[in-house]
Write a protein that binds this ligand. Sequence first.
Ligand code: SAM
Length: 191
Amino acid sequence: MSHYNRFKEDHFLGRLRTLSGRVLELGFGDADTLFYYDPGTDVVAIEKNRKWVDRAAKRLTDGGIGHVKVMEGSAEKLPFRDNEFDFVTSSFMLCSVGSQPAAIAEMFRVLKPGGRYVALEHTLSKNGLFRGLQKILAKPVSKIADNCHLNSDPLAVIGLQPFRVLKAEYFPYYLEPPLYIEAEKPAGQKH
Ligand SMILES: C[S@@+](CC[C@H](N)C(=O)[O-])C[C@H]1O[C@@H](n2cnc3c(N)ncnc32)[C@H](O)[C@@H]1O
C-alpha cells in the first residue's frame, strides 16, 4: 500500500469504522466510503449527482447494506433539522461545492452539540512552489475537474463557524495534499 493510501486508511477510513449513532456523509461519489460504517450506525448520505446516487443505491442493495441510506441533495441546503447528527463526514468534497461557507454552516447547524465533523479534504500545500501552482491552476482545473478547486483551504472555511478543531493532520502530496480533520461543535452550542 502506498504511503498516501496508508494515510487515508489510518486517518479517515479507519475512523469511519469507529463512528456511532446518527451519521451524515456528504458528496460520496463512487460510494466506496459507505461500506466502512458499522452496521450499528444509522447513516444518511447526500450527493448532488444523481448518477452517483443511483449507483450507490444499487451497490448498497447488492451488498446487503441496510444501515446506509442515500439521497440526492446539496451540502449547502440540507433537508434536516438542527442538532440532528452525531457526526458529519466528507472526503474530497468541500473543494467542489458551490459555496463552502454555506456547506460548513449547514454542517454546523445539523450537528448535535458535542457532535463532530470528520473529514479528509485536500488543502493548500505547505510547499511554496506547489501552493503557487495551486492558486494559478485553481480556476482552469475547476472547469475540467467537476468544479474541484486546488486552492481549497478547509481549515479557513471551518473557522467561519464556532467549531473547535481537534485534529488537523497533513500529508504532503503534490497539488492535492490531504488534511485529516476532526472538528467539534462545542457542547452547549445550540444552532
Ligand atoms: C472529488 S469527488 C469525491 C467523492 C468521494 N467522497 C471520494 O472521496 O472519492 C466530490 C463529490 O462531491 C460531490 N459534490 C460536489 N458538490 C456537492 C454538493 N454541493 N453537495 C453534495 N455533493 C456534492 C460531487 O458530485 C462528487 O461526487
